[in-house]
Structures are given as C-alpha cells and as structure tokens.
Design a protein around this ligand. Sequence first.
Ligand code: GTP
Ligand code: MG
Length: 504
Amino acid sequence: MRLSPRGAAWPSRCGPAPISAPYKGGAGGRGASSDPGRMGEPEPEPVRKTHMNIVIIGHVDSGKSTTTGHLIYQCGGLEPRLLEKLEAAASQVGKGSFKFAWVLDKLKAERERGITIDIALWKFHTRRFSVTIIDAPGHRDFIKNMLTGTSQADAAVLMVSAAPGEFEAGVSRQGQTREHALLAYTLGVKQLLLCVNKMDLTEPPYSQRRFEEVVRGVSLYLRRIGYSPAAVPCVPVSGWAGENVTLPSPKMPWFKGWKVKRKEGFGKGQTLLEALDSLLPPVRPSNKPLRVPLQDVYKIGGIGTVPVGKIETGILKQGMNISFAPANLSAEVRTIEMHHEPLQVAFPGYNVGFNIKNIAVKNLSRGHVAGNSRSDPPAAAAHFTAQVIILNHPGFIKAGYSPVVDCHTAHVTCQFAELFEKIDRRSGEKLEDNPSMLKSGDSATVRLVPKKPLCVERFFDYPPLGRFAARDLKQTVAVGVIKSVEKKPAGVTRKQAQKALLIK
Ligand code: GTP
Ligand code: MG
C-alpha cells in the first residue's frame, strides 16, 4: 500500500518532501495552505541518485529564500504560471521583491513580516544528487528552527550578502553569519559552500573587489571555527536576478570559477548549481544500529500514525520492530515512504515517513528517537557528560544553570548539574578541577541532567545525536559534544504495563 497516493492521504506539507513541492518542517507549517508547487512537478528520476540534505543558513535578509526559490525555478521545479501568481500576490501588498522568497515562505506571518520563520524543505535534482534543500530562517528569534534544519543536513550553504553594509552587519557581533557557521560546524555539518549574494547591489554592481573582500572576511571566521577555507567553494551570485545560479553570468566575466582542494581531491566549477553538485556524498553509517530522530509525527486519515525524520544511522526495514525513546514504546513498521515512493528498506540520509501500529500520535513528538528494538534500542538519558564551550553569557555560569539544549531535533531544558573541570580550548589541557563558575570563552567538562525526558547519545557512537547547542536569553550560550550518557533502564512498555494491570 502506498502511504500517500499523490494528492490523497499524505498532507502536502508534511512528511518527506514530495518532488518539487515544499513543506514546512516545523509545527507552524501544519495544515497550511494549498500546494501549488506540485504543478511543475518533473517526472521522477528513474535511477536513484545519492541523497543530500542541504541547509541554507546565514544572516537575516541575506537572500536565502530568494536564491533558493530562484534556483528551484531555474531547475524547472516551479511552473512559470505559479511564479506569476506569487509575483502578483507579493506586489499587491508591496512586497514584489519577495516573489522568489514566497516560494518557500508560505506562512501568513512570514509573508507579512518578509522573513522566514520556520524551515521549509524542497526536493530537486542536480546531475549527481537528489537534493532536499532546507531553507532556514536567519532571524535570531527563530534560531531553534534553524538548528532543527541544520541538525538534519549533510552540507550547508552559507549565504552572505555583498550589499553595502549588509556583509558588515552579518559578521558583526550581533550578526548571524558567524553564529550560523559555528552552529553548523558544531552540529557536524563539515561541508560548507559560501554563496556571496546580492552581487547586483555592490558598488559598482557585480564588483570583483567586493566579492574578494567578502570572501577574505568570511574565510577568516571559517578558519577560526574549524572549516578549511580551501575546501569551501566561494560562489558570487545574484539570487534575485538569477546570475550565476544555474548558468554562468555574463555580468561577472572576471569570475573564472570556484576551486576547492579537499583531501578527497580537487574540484572546480562556475555556478552555484555546479558547486552543489560537487559536494562530497556523505558517508552513511549504515552498519550502526538504527537511529531516527523524529522531525514530526502526523496522524493521517485511513493510515494512522506516521513519524517522519531523517535516518541518521542504521537501516529501517518494513516489518521491523522499533522502539521509541524517551517514550519507551515499541511498534512494528508497516510501511515506509520517501518523497511519495514506497520503500521496503531505507538507508542513512533518507528523509522518511513510516507508518506504525498501536501508538497514538500524542505519545510521540519531535525530538523523540526511533531505533531497532533488537539492536541497541534508544533510551532516555538520566544524565550525560559533555565538553562544552561557553560562547555568549553576560555573567557567570554556575552549577544549577539550566539552558535549553538543542540536540538533533529535540529542545529540552537541561541543568548544568556539576562542573567537573575547566579545559584550555586550544591545547585541551586541564586548567582547573571543579570550577565554581564558567564565563564566555571557557571550555569545560560538565554533567547535564535533562529536566524532561530526552534521548541523546555519545558523540563517538552516534555523532548526530551527540552534539548540541545550549540556548538561553535568545542566544546560543554554549555548544557541546557528549562524552558519555547514563541511560535510564528501558523498563516495561506502556502496553506491557497495561497488560499487567489487566491481569491483576
Ligand atoms: P530570512 O529567511 O528572513 O533570514 O531572509 P532571507 O535570507 O531568506 O532573505 P530573503 O530571500 O527573504 O530576501 C530578503 C530581501 O532581499 C528581499 O527583498 C529580496 O528580494 C532581497 N534579495 C535577496 N537576494 C537578492 C539579490 O540577489 N539582489 C537583490 N537586489 N535583492 C535580493
Ligand atoms: Mg528566508
């Protein structure tokens, strides 16, 4: 059985992204408007290409949605008629410049405010890859949604505006350029592409000097964060005008193309699309036990409960018995689907929806983790030890401090229960045992206790479930890597408990 015959049961904006149709990844996207994106649906590719999840990050208004929308349009993923409709609707409210952004910004509040609030996913193909593109919000109020998007990504495009003053605002202390790049690195997105946008607005337009200035400035930060600038393609574009997005631009004859040097080899090309196509396919840990952090859980009429998420490690099979943590429930997988195609088996990197028996939607949610009941099933963490770096905190952090921890798709308050040792960030040497407090710039080993049920893993075992960001006061206070986890005993499932009660 297909979970979602086209246009039928599966809601258009949830579940894995249908080919060329967007959906909002967050709760805000549920039940949203119709799905005009389907109109331009290309034929599905006969050969399955390597799957890549690419997140678009960067400072607010740098042109992430516009460039992504135009890229999809130029790739044929959007009917001209639909774009005309979007243009008319956007112009009517004086926001004509957002027509491409509106391809992805579909929520009413997003369109009114002219910003992205929740992540939007869209599927398209490059020559080598089948890409799920995740358009993240730049506004700092919605960093949680950006983190959710980034936690699912194999690679990131860092969008930086070259417009006068905008590059400078982006890399300032309050800007999101550096913060987003650092968060992407911490969350394990080690492949980065730098897209220098709004080249039409430089002085003079399409200025080589400005492009080089932006690249120099951003590379400096990238190197400090841990990226190797030589491995980062730097592509000048105008997302709005569509210059150098999918075709080389006559406006930038000075641009002889981007070049990269990676340990896997050299790469070169001209356009943004070529740079996306040149990314290295992710190494998929399919030999590890299964872990699927849930991005959302849907109830679909006639089908039932459908958790949706990206397989981080292991293999998901039809008929498999899977456990959910921290809910401590298990169920059999009835059907699996990706991009409206039924699958018998799904591999790491796939964004899938799967139908399960006997678990109500209300018992599962974003942030829960699915795994194989018979092979290291996931469990709730009683507490965990992590190495953290304090990024921004106006005062001192003492034992008892409780920020929100964003790990994979979960957002749970965790208490810094014990500060074990302060470490030199550069040398890794111990500086102090049991420090009484930590401040910005410090690195330390700490024990964290989740205030609500949470499933995390040791970074060494399951990297995507073992790195996190801690937030407080609307900013990222710390980032961390998990060294060890004390798991709660699995206990009995709710069903077993009910059975036991009945027998009594
Ligand atoms: P958030 O998602 O809210 O962080 O913003 P964003 O990065 O997605 O930016 P968005 O695409 O919404 O664009 C913001 C504004 O910049 C819109 O008015 C766009 O038309 C404009 N813009 C984006 N790219 C370009 C460009 O290449 N040239 C020009 N001139 N304007 C651009
Ligand atoms: Mg946007």
